[in-house]
Design a protein around this ligand. Structure first.
Ligand SMILES: NC(=O)N[C@@H](CC(=O)O)C(=O)O
Ligand SMILES: [Zn+2]
Ligand SMILES: [Zn+2]
Length: 430
């Protein structure tokens, strides 16, 4: 009859750790209190472990249907719970795209049958994500579409984006945007236009190809009175535009990825396609602006943009290899080690909030909290455990990361989703 976590360390909201017991019954957190007596519960000793709400990642690519050689809902959610995540929102750049009721029903069925954690599927804004025709927003929402996005590609026409925002506003839905103006992209660009591409004599992806769409879209969101969210913000100009829009009262939120917070174009290794992702790693001053934006609340939360690809695909020439890196199994230890421990940029509380309550609140989700009566989604972390990232241990099909071999501290060791133990590293947590 449920679990009793003894002597767990939890955060109090002010970056203080307090010691407590946590009682889980069915799929709910029943009680958070010291010295809960046990009574037919399975007892877990959590002494010396940080217990947080299950992490929430609102930007992942699970590749199913159509990209099962890269990832499936089953493998992607196994990777998620290993990384401490219990809620994911899955991007619709699959084949087929969930742009019809039938495909959305199929995706929901696969989630029900194969997922280890909660998966909220996005529907596309436009049919086949080609920017020509809006999908059936109200029909897709009825089938459980989480929000609408054409992630993978920008919505090129302002007219189409305005239509989408009006439709979203009428249906109380959020438009989630991959911001990229194709008319500003060079042929064969793989990296940010800056010191790296200049040194290597390569075509570069300019910052303005992202920021110009954000500037356009916040004005469209204002005109349509729509809720608008920006994916994977990467430039300082983007941060400035979002800051101004928030100040003007426009309903905009934004996310940033772990890799854009930790790496910049000075870290790129020539001919290594593990540094090729969209948007690209920008300059060091962009990275600093992203950190500042996150700290001050211009950027609302962290999302991985987990984008698995096969080794064959990534082993091509830089121009041909697909954009994207995986993130679910490494996000917390990377961010904790780099931003909390090494650079002292974020507190542990801030980091946990940005991976739990902040995304949940931004999208009105009832998850990401450790409160009595909440869903029992919990992540158990060993903050002192130090280990090198090793792609050979990944359960994701994607091994495409530039962080292989990097030593990190703060590894998730167990994950509870809706009251069930869905991950338990080497059965260590019993
Ligand atoms: N981020 C990436 O580099 N790639 C994503 C697409 C996307 O998020 O735009 C993918 O689907 O592989
Ligand atoms: Zn994208
Ligand atoms: Zn993406």
């Amino acid at each position: 009859m449920g679990y009793l976590l003894k002597n767990a360390s939890i955060l109090d909201g002010n970056n203080n750790l307090i010691k407590t017991d946590i009682l889980i019954e069915k799929d709910m957190i029943k009680k958070i209190e010291e010295n809960i007596p046990f009574d037919q519960h399975e007892v877990f000793e959590a002494e010396g472990r940080l217990v947080t709400p299950g992490f929430v990642d609102l930007h992942v690519h699970l590749r199913e249907p159509g990209g099962e050689h890269k990832e499936t809902i089953e493998t992607g959610t196994k990777a998620a719970v290993k990384g401490g995540y219990t809620t994911l929102a899955a991007m619709p750049n699959t084949r087929p795209v969930p742009d019809t009721i039938e495909t959305m029903e199929f995706v929901q069925q696969r989630i029900k049958e194969t997922a280890s954690c909660r998966v909220l599927p996005y529907a596309s804004i436009t049919t086949r994500q080609i920017g020509k025709e809006l999908t059936d927003f109200s029909g897709l929402l009825e089938k459980g579409a989480f929000a609408f996005t054409d992630d993978g590609v920008g919505v090129q026409s302002a007219g189409m984006m305005l239509k989408a925002m009006k439709e979203a506003s009428e249906n109380d839905a959020v438009i989630v945007a991959h911001c990229e103006d194709n008319t500003l992209l060079p042929k064969g660009g793989a990296f940010h236009e800056g010191q790296f591409t200049e040194k290597e004599g390569l075509p570069g992806i300019p910052s303005v190809s992202e920021s110009v769409h954000i500037a356009r879209d916040v004005l469209l969101a204002e005109a349509a009175n729509a809720r608008y969210h920006v994916c994977h913000v990467s430039t300082k100009e983007s941060v400035r535009v979002i800051k101004d829009a928030k100040r003007a009262g426009i309903k905009v939120t934004a996310e940033v990825t772990p890799h854009h917070l930790i790496l910049s174009d000075k870290d790129i290794k020539s001919n290594d396609t593990h540094y090729k992702m969209n948007p690209p790693l920008r300059s060091e001053s962009d990275r600093e602006a992203l950190i500042q934006g996150l700290k001050e609340g211009t950027i609302d939360f962290i999302a991985t943009d987990h984008a698995p690809h096969s080794a064959e695909e990534k082993n091509q020439d830089v121009e041909l290899a697909p954009f994207g890196i995986v993130g679910l199994e490494t996000a917390f230890p990377l961010l904790y080690s780099e931003l909390v421990l090494n650079q002292e940029i974020l507190t542990l509380q801030e980091l946990v909030d940005m991976m739990t309550s902040k995304p949940a609140v931004s999208f009105n989700l009832p998850y990401g909290t450790l409160l009595e009566g909440a869903k029992a989604d919990l992540t158990i972390v060993d903050l002192n455990k130090e280990e090198a990232i090793d792609t050979k241990t990944f359960v994701s099909k994607g091994k495409n990361t530039p962080f292989d071999g990097r030593v990190c501290k703060g590894w998730p060791v167990a994950t509870i989703f809706e009251g069930k133990l869905v991950y338990n590293k080497e059965e260590s947590f019993v």
